[in-house]
Write a protein that binds this ligand. Sequence first.
Ligand SMILES: Nc1ncnc2c1ncn2[C@@H]1O[C@H](COP(=O)(O)OP(=O)(O)OP(=O)(O)O)[C@@H](O)[C@H]1O
Length: 272
Amino acid sequence: MTQSLLEVEDLAIHYPVRRGLFQALGRRPRSVVHAVDGVSFHLGRGEMVAVVGASGCGKSTTASAICGLVRPTAGSVRLDGEEISRLSERGRRPIRRRVQMIYQDPYESLDPLCRVRDILEEPMLIHGIGDSKAARVTLIEETLERSGLSPATAFLDRYPHELSGGQRQRVAIAAALVLDPDVLLADEPVSMLDVSVRAGVLTLLDTLRKDRDTAILMITHDLSTAAHFADRIVVMYLGKIVEQGPAHDVVHDPRHPYTKALLSAVPQRERT
Ligand SMILES: Nc1ncnc2c1ncn2[C@@H]1O[C@H](COP(=O)(O)OP(=O)(O)OP(=O)(O)O)[C@@H](O)[C@H]1O
């Protein structure tokens, strides 16, 4: 098999549980939450893979391990063949540019005190992108336009509270795109948005991967969104993958009872 851009293999993440008396006594925890166990999948350039499953099944924890926020208990995460899940802060720096996360809630992920231009310029400054202020502003404007915020000049000096929810999420996406990442981890990117603007944001992500070859891992509760946009679907249940495959196969010929149960909640016409 040829090497994929991102390869997650046998990933396990166990969180210690500290509660009640144990916590008060400062004693070692006696149990752990197996948030993720034995999870393996891959993601190629320009591919969109959707991770679906009920709340608490380990979707966000998996994404957190990929972007380095959580250290795996076992297993590996490789980017272009390089193990990235146990790097030092310093070793992680170049990876941080290549793997970007988009969060569910654009109200929380954007600094309310920063204007749009600053929100996009900050990651560029951190990663040394753009030789001059003028070069950075040009890239910021191009990226805003590409993210559907047009004309860019109308958005540069706005604060997050002066934007709609959909526009805010587009700014969050643009702030990831200025770094030209190889992988975007989109954790429920539209679930906090009004239904009327969801399709626009999902279409933006879809365009990105087609035009820029960006690989997208999209976490969602919504199997019909996954069926519509993803190439492949990974179904998680209680920390494990119970089924994965091409989106069409998973949706039209599900093998696992849990996938069947998830599908039973999706109207037939939405299983495109
Ligand atoms: N920092 C933590 N410490 C302890 N347990 C945690 C921690 N983060 C998550 N968990 C637990 O790990 C499990 C998986 O959580 P996770 O957030 O990955 O699920 P999820 O599928 O993304 O859920 P949701 O769709 O609600 O965001 C849950 O049982 C959760 O309570």
